[in-house]
Design a protein around this ligand. Structure first.
Ligand code: SAM
Length: 321
């Protein structure tokens, strides 16, 4: 794995090979997986203090159980499908669960603030949030006022792979509605089983190339948030994500290292797509201090119809280069 996500798995989709439509694929049976006690799926640490100090959020009992089950199912699916190299419990917690949710922290926080204000209005004691323990540096940190977890946000996770960041987000925010998109059928087949086993009714899946989805009338400009981790270079991710967003919506680009040159290339690409960089957050992961950046791109104008370009073109000829 590269520092951020598992770039090596871009495989079929990124290289322009067609979907496995009609191809034979094995279905995965997760019904017999021992969700909690399997010796091969050790217990995740609960990490209450770290969730609280870094995200100002903690899973409730049901969410904790779902995260544990997600871990057990990922290990089981991995034995069949080679979904991820991240299998140790601490690593899974940090690189898949925490990392997935860290990207949407600013939207979780907006809700926390709103909830606190509302409870103060009702004369109740406001919950005090602890200070974040992580090293965290935000440029242009204007938090979005349009997006509140109290409303039902429509989200797409582009190139979700084995379900990251989308599955942890669906678990953490049951009132958000999440589409998990990937061009690789076996990964979506796995996720479909996980959704059933976890009883996650707020997520659906789509097996398709994002270049095609972005040109579909019923998909284009319909999402509040687009999440994209370890799929392609940032200008390519922007071309995938911006056409799918409503005006005022945001794309979250999950990155590892990030340079000023990448900011310049991204700015030049998103100028053509109707976007602007809203914020760049630099931080380190809480267990192993890996470098991370989240780039928030806000859609401020309609994306011209020519984008996204035909399958494979965004990756072959990235905008702005
Ligand atoms: N987001 C996940 C994560 O961070 O663990 C998976 C990352 S994996 C390296 C990249 C995924 O993006 C692969 O599953 C691949 O099939 C998918 N992908 C790449 N290009 C795509 C495209 N144009 N349309 C749809 N899916 C794509």
């Amino acid at each position: 794995m590269r520092e951020q996500g598992e770039q090596g798995e871009q495989g079929e989709a990124a290289s322009g090979v067609s979907l496995e439509r009609g191809a034979k694929f094995q279905s995965v049976d997760l019904t017999s997986v021992d969700r909690m006690g399997d010796a091969r799926s050790p217990l995740l640490l609960r990490m209450e203090a770290l969730w609280q100090s870094t995200l100002h959020w903690q899973p409730d009992e049901r969410q904790q159980t779902q995260l544990q089950q997600l871990y057990a199912f990922t290990l089981a699916g991995n034995r069949q499908f080679n979904l991820t190299r991240i299998t140790e419990p601490e690593e899974f917690w940090e690189k898949h669960l925490w990392d997935s949710l860290r990207g949407v922290r600013r939207f979780l926080e907006a809700g926390g603030r709103l909830r606190r204000e509302r409870s103060v209005e009702r004369g109740q004691k406001a919950e005090g949030a602890e200070e974040a323990g992580e090293a965290d540096k935000t440029q242009n940190s204007s938090y979005s006022s349009l997006l509140s977890p109290l409303s039902s946000l429509k989200i797409i996770d582009i190139g979700t792979g084995a379900g990251f960041p989308g599955l942890p987000v669906a678990i953490a925010q049951p009132n958000w509605s999440i589409t998990l998109l990937d061009a690789t059928r076996k990964k979506i087949t796995f996720i479909d089983q996980v959704l059933i086993q976890l009883g996650l009714a707020n997520a659906t899946t789509l097996v398709e190339r994002v270049e095609q989805v972005g040109q579909q009338k019923h998909q284009r400009e319909t999402y509040d948030l687009a999440l994209i981790r370890a799929v392609a270079a940032a200008p390519v991710c922007a071309e995938y994500a911006l056409p799918l967003l409503k005006i005022g919506g945001s794309a979250v680009l999950y990155r590892g290292q990030w340079t000023d040159a990448e900011t310049a290339a991204l700015e030049s690409a998103i100028a053509a797509l109707g976007g602007k960089i809203d914020a760049i957050e630099a931080f380190t992961t809480p267990l192993t201090q890996g470098d991370r950046h989240c780039i928030y791109v806000k859609k401020i104008a309609p994306t011209p119809n020519e984008f996204p370009r035909a399958i494979g073109i965004p990756a072959q000829k990235p905008l702005g280069s």
